[in-house]
Design a protein around this ligand. Structure first.
Ligand code: XMP
Length: 508
C-alpha cells in the first residue's frame, strides 16, 4: 500500500493534511518529530510531509527532525514551519519577519512540478511570523508573495520542496491540486486506499486475532460504537457480546430507541444494563465538572467489567486522532476521550494484548463511509456527537432527577425544531444546557421565579474548533416559546454566541 508520512510539528492543521491525502485515496499517517531515519526507512513511505507548527525553528526547544531525512531519497514537502525547518537544517537562513503574515495572500510563481496545472498568481492562506531569507544550496526560489517573501522553494534534483502557505485549508483555493501534484507526480503514488479494501483487511485481521475466542465491546448507539459493533459482528458472529450501559444521562427516549435499533434493527447481540440509579447517586452534590467526569468514568468501568465477566478480548471504538503520539495537536476534548479509553483496567488489558481497536486508523468521516459500506442506516451514521457523560455535563453543577427531566424536555424540543427545519445534519451539535440560576418572569398574572435554558448550536469539522451558528430568528423564537410553555420550571431561554476557542462546545 502507498503511504505518506506526515511529521507533525504541532500545527492545528496536521490532521487536515492527513485527511486531504486520504481523500485522494492515499494512506497517510502522523509521526512525531523525533522519528528516526531507520523507522522511516522501515515504514518506507512514498513521500514525507513536514507539517506546520507554532514554534520558531531557532527558538529554545523548537521541535526538529533528523537532517538525515533529507538524504533518504524520499521526496519531502515542507509546509510553513516544515519549509523553514528544512531550510534551517540544510544551509538556508530563516529570520523573523518584520510583520506576521496571517490570512489570504497572492502568490506569484513560475513553472514547477508542485504547481503544475495552476495559473499564477494564486490565492493562498498564510500563517507565519518567520520567513526563509536565503534558500539552501541546490534550491531555487520559484514562488513569492506580493510582498516578495519566499512562497515556494524547490530542489528538483533531490525532490525536496517547501511551501510557506497551507495547501490543506480551504482558503488556499487550489491547495488540493498542489497536494495531488506532490502525491501522484512527485512521489508516484497510486490511489489505493479505499474503504472497501480497509473493510476487508480489518475483518480478516479481527478474525485472525480472535480465532475461536470471545470479544466484548461497549456500545452506546453513537456512530463509532455502532460501526464497531457491526464490524465485529460480521467478523466473529456469536462470539461477540455488546454491552449498553444506560447511565441515566441519555436524551429523551434515547435508551429504548438505541437498544431497539441495535438489537432488532441490526441484529447485534446487545445487553442493556440500567445503571442509572448508581450513576445518579454517585453524582449527588458534586459540582466540579472534572470530578463529575471522573466518577462517571469510574462507574462505567465498574459496571461494564462486572457485566462482561470473563472474556478474551475487549474491543473499543478508538479513532485515529485519539491514538497518535503527538500530544501537541490534541485539544482538550481529545485528551478527555483518550482518558476514557485509557483507564488503568484498559491499560492492563492492552499490556496483555487483549484490546482490539479496529477503527484506530480512521477519522470520523471515514468511519461513516465504512458504516455506509456495511449498510448501516443514514440516521445512525449522521447522528450528532453526544458526550459519554451525557446530560450530566449539560447541567451546570450538581445533577438531580428534577433538573435532568427539565433538560431532557427542553433538549427534545430544540432537536425536534432543528430537525423540522432540516438543519440537524448540517450542524456539528445542537443541544440545550440547564442553568441552575433563577430569574423573574411573569406568566398570566403570576410572578414566576424559575430557571434558565441555554441553547447551543455549533458548526465544526472535528470538535477541536467550532463556530456558533447563526440560527434563523424564527427557529430561535419557536424553540424559546415552546420551552417556556412546555417545560415546567423554565421561564427564560438564552442563546450561546461563543465560539471555540476561547469557549468550549460543552459548558462543562
Ligand atoms: P468541548 O466541550 O471540549 O467538546 O469543546 C468537544 C467535543 O467533545 C465532546 N465532549 C466529550 N465527549 N466525553 C466525551 O465522550 C466527554 O467528557 C466530553 N466532553 C466533551 C463534545 O460534545 C464535543 O463534541
Amino acid at each position: 500500500m502507498n503511504q505518506i508520512v506526515i511529521i507533525d510539528f504541532g500545527s492545528q492543521y496536521s490532521h487536515l493534511i492527513a485527511r486531504r491525502i486520504r481523500e485522494s485515496q492515499v494512506y497517510a499517517q502522523l509521526e512525531p518529530p523525533d522519528i528516526s531515519p531507520e523507522r522511516l526507512k522501515a515504514i518506507n513511505p512514498r513521500g514525507i510531509i513536514l507539517s506546520g507548527g507554532p514554534a520558531s525553528v531557532y527558538g529554545d526547544g523548537a521541535p526538529h527532525c533528523s537532517p538525515e531525512i533529507f538524504r533518504l531519497g524520499i521526496p519531502v514537502l515542507g509546509v510553513c514551519y516544515g519549509m523553514q525547518l528544512m531550510s534551517h537544517l540544510l544551509d538556508g537562513k530563516v529570520v523573523r519577519s518584520e510583520r506576521r503574515e496571517y490570512g489570504h495572500a497572492l502568490l506569484d510563481f513560475g513553472d514547477n512540478k508542485l504547481v503544475r496545472g495552476l495559473v499564477s498568481p494564486q490565492q493562498v492562506w498564510m500563517s507565519h511570523g518567520d520567513v526563509v531569507e536565503q534558500v539552501p544550496s541546490g534550491f531555487c526560489l520559484v514562488g513569492k508573495t506580493k510582498d516578495g517573501l519566499a512562497g515556494i522553494i524547490v530542489n528538483e534534483a533531490q525532490r525536496l520542496y517547501g511551501i510557506q502557505f497551507h495547501p490543506e485549508v480551504v482558503h488556499t483555493e487550489n491547495g488540493i491540486t498542489i497536494i495531488r501534484n506532490f502525491l501522484f507526480d512527485i512521489c508516484g503514488c497510486t490511489p489505493d486506499w479505499t474503504m472497501d479494501d480497509y473493510h476487508q483487511r480489518i475483518t480478516e485481521e479481527i478474525r485472525r486475532t480472535v480465532g475461536d475466542r470471545s470479544v466484548v465491546c461497549g456500545i452506546s448507539g453513537g456512530v463509532d460504537s455502532t460501526v464497531l459493533g457491526k464490524l465485529l459482528h460480521e467478523a466473529v458472529g456469536e462470539r461477540l457480546r455488546c454491552i449498553f450501559v444506560d447511565n441515566g444521562f441519555l436524551r429523551k427516549n434515547e435508551g429504548e430507541q438505541v437498544y431497539k435499533r441495535l438489537k432488532a434493527g441490526l441484529g447485534l447481540p446487545v445487553e442493556l444494563v440500567d445503571a442509572s440509579e448508581q450513576f445518579l447517586s454517585a453524582l449527588q452534590g458534586v459540582d466540579d465538572p472534572e470530578e463529575k467526569r471522573r466518577r462517571i468514568g469510574q462507574i462505567f468501568v465498574d459496571v461494564f467489567f462486572k457485566t462482561a465477566g470473563n472474556f478474551d478480548f475487549l474491543a473499543q471504538g478508538t479513532l485515529y486522532p485519539d491514538v497518535i503520539e503527538s500530544v501537541s495537536t490534541r485539544g482538550p476534548s481529545a485528551t478527555i476521550k483518550t482518558h476514557h479509553n485509557r483507564v488503568q483496567a484498559i491499560l492492563d488489558l492492552i499490556a496483555q494484548g487483549r484490546v482490539l481497536e479496529p477503527l484506530r486508523e480512521l477519522y470520523k468521516d471515514e468511519v461513516r463511509i465504512l458504516g455506509e459500506r456495511m449498510g448501516l442506516p443514514k440516521e445512525m451514521l449522521w447522528r450528532q456527537p453526544f458526550p459519554g457523560p451525557g446530560l450530566a455535563i449539560r447541567i451546570l453543577g450538581p445533577v438531580c432527577r428534577e433538573y435532568l427531566d427539565r433538560l431532557r424536555e427542553a433538549d427534545h424540543i430544540l432537536v425536534d425544531e432543528i430537525k423540522r427545519a432540516g438543519l440537524y445534519e448540517k450542524l456539528w451539535q445542537s443541544f440545550a444546557v440547564f442553568l441552575p440560576v433563577r430569574s423573574v418572569g411573569v406568566m398570566g398574572d403570576e410572578r414566576t421565579y424559575e430557571q434558565v435554558i441555554a441553547i447551543r448550536a455549533v458548526e465544526s469539522k472535528d470538535g477541536m474548533t467550532a463556530d456558533w451558528v447563526r440560527l434563523p430568528y424564527e427557529i430561535l423564537g419557536r424553540v424559546s416559546n415552546r420551552i417556556i410553555n412546555e417545560v415546567k420550571g423554565i421561564n427564560r431561554v438564552v442563546y450561546d454566541l461563543s465560539s471555540k476557542p476561547p469557549s468550549t462546545i460543552e459548558w462543562e
